[in-house]
Design a protein. Structure first.
Length: 383
């Protein structure tokens, strides 16, 4: 496929005002300024000056975990019977034929991170997936991608009603630490058994097994945290165990931006196109991502679908611009920034040779509420 006369918003340096982009298979093969000669038999699309962007990336959702239009039958995101469940895999719950996948794709959102909710102190294993396909095994970008952990009101609210831990912030943090220490000891015993034939392997523990990649920094840990003190608790735990961590939501992150710069903390900001439904959201503002990015905190914008329907991801970026975020940085916050924060920028987030051919064409500003993609290309195919 060859797209000609497009304004390439590369997210990898300078834009190309009158450019072309060629795909081969499911990858970007070539791009540059016009003119260009089509190859024999190549499908040619004339963009007529429309803007071509990399497919949008939403780095925190529960897409396919809470199915659209269903209640209990389709709610598979929170296992509220045990506050520590790192062994649970999102890919065993995601329904890729949920119509919200199509709504995401038709809005230009081609990659998402999805997984468990925040009822548990440790909720399970998140997955980075494409929004196109019918079998989740064929849609995976990386799984497991991250371990979901949660601080603040949600875990304590769920388990207080069950009269069990955690019912305080202290207990939530303690449960996380306890399981991480168990996994660390499990790892040490495995390593010793491999070197010492007189030392037995520890008994198989699926919870510890699930945490080993995080302890080895092979996958990330995503901390659900809204309040400033919860954010710093996440940082404290992450530093203690040398985790590759990301703060999700960061509702009060704008109040502590300087401290986050000092600690090198990355934030997935949102949702903010919604009401303040609980006390820890009292300082919620769409200005947060702009304040963070302006201070130098790596920032992406998220919907937390289904809290905000995923098709409104670019609208959320536009709202951030209205509240002071630099326009180009808002575009980056739904393209290259989430890709970089999630360690997936070798495949996603920008128009560069060798990256996935996930593309979205707009003939108007994509961050306005009236904008609708003129064309979406996913995996090198027009959808």
């Amino acid at each position: 496929m060859l797209i000609i006369h497009a304004h390439l918003h590369t997210m990898a340096g300078a834009d190309i005002a009158d450019g072309y982009l060629r795909t081969e298979g499911n990858q970007i093969a070539e791009l540059g300024g016009m003119p260009v000669e089509p190859k024999p038999g190549e499908e040619v699309i004339d963009a007529q000056g429309a803007g071509l962007y990399p497919g949008f990336v939403d780095a925190h959702t529960h897409l396919g975990m809470w199915e659209d239009g269903l209640t209990f039958e389709g709610d598979d995101g929170n296992e509220e019977t045990d506050p520590v469940t790192p062994q649970l895999r999102a890919i065993d719950a995601i329904n890729p034929v949920d119509r919200c996948f199509q709504e995401a794709l038709h809005a230009g959102v081609t990659t998402v991170v999805t997984g468990p909710g925040s009822a548990n102190a440790i909720g399970g294993q998140m997955a980075a997936v494409k929004t196109y396909g019918s079998c989740i095994d064929h849609m995976i970008v990386k799984a497991p991608f991250a371990i979901k952990m949660a601080l603040g009101e949600n875990p304590k609210s769920v388990y207080h009603g069950k009269n069990q831990a955690p019912s305080t912030r202290m207990s939530t943090a303690a449960l996380i630490r306890e399981q991480l220490y168990k996994a660390k000891r499990y790892q040490e015993e495995m390593e010793r058994a491999e070197k010492d034939e007189d030392f037995d392997m520890p008994e198989f523990d699926m919870k510890c097994e699930a945490l080993l990649p995080a302890l080895r920094r092979g996958i990330q840990v995503h901390f659900h945290a809204h309040r400033a003190d919860d954010i710093f608790t996440a940082v404290r735990i992450a530093k203690e165990f040398q985790l590759d961590y990301v703060v999700v939501h960061g509702t009060e992150a704008h109040l502590i931006a300087g401290g986050l710069v000092e600690t090198g903390t990355r934030v997935l900001s949102g949702p903010f196109l919604c009401d303040r439904s609980k006390p820890e959201l009292r300082n919620q503002t769409p200005a947060t991502p702009g304040i963070l990015s302006g201070a130098g905190v790596p920032t992406a914008i998220i919907t937390d679908h289904p809290v905000i329907p995923i098709q409104y991801l670019p609208v959320c970026a536009g709202l951030a611009v209205r509240e002071g975020m630099d326009y180009e940085e808002a575009l980056r916050a739904i393209t290259i920034n989430p890709a970089k924060i999630c360690g997936l920028d070798h495949r996603l987030g920008s128009l560069e040779v060798g990256k996935d051919a996930d593309l979205v064409l707009f003939d108007q500003d994509p961050l306005t509420i009236a904008a609708k993609p003129k064309m979406v290309i996913a995996g090198g195919k027009l959808v």
